[in-house]
Design a protein around this ligand. Sequence first.
Ligand code: GDP
Ligand code: MG
Length: 151
Amino acid sequence: MTRRVMVVGRTGVGKTTLLEKLGLLNSAVKKTESVEFAPQFIDTPGEFMEMSRFYHALITSSTKADVVLLVVDASNPGQLPPGISKAFAAPVLGCVNKIDLLCGDCEEKVDNARKKLLEAGVEEVYAVSAKEGIGVRELKEKIEEILWRCA
Ligand SMILES: Nc1nc2c(ncn2[C@@H]2O[C@H](COP(=O)(O)OP(=O)(O)O)[C@@H](O)[C@H]2O)c(=O)[nH]1
Ligand SMILES: [Mg+2]
């Protein structure tokens, strides 16, 4: 059975880097130009989360996923459509990425990003750095728990 992790989120938040750090994607980071299906993941372009006319492509693609990671940049979470996670066909985990770039105001920034993700309807929120690997083990364990449940 195919079990896939899908990543969604605005451009540059670190979706592709996170797939690499989770050990699902093995290539140099490049700009994601279209929805990319692979046996273990679905990578998506940030523009699809930034423009409402593309939401349908994300929602349709999520039917091929077993878990969705909704990723935001800790320093700049941007706008997320309230409740968007409920439209996806798989459980959605929130990821606050790039926490390695935060300084003294770390907790405040992570709390703000967490709030936006919860308003977007995610089940749980993980603070991570896809670049430095911070928090990735905990996220991976949760993903494996969800994938195991649906196996
Ligand atoms: N400092 C830092 N940079 C990151 C992190 N994750 C991704 N990046 C950088 O952010 C940029 C965009 O990453 P990418 O994975 O292509 O973002 P995507 O558009 O969401 O797929 C790249 O230069 C990455 O190296 C992180 O956790 N910390
Ligand atoms: Mg990408």
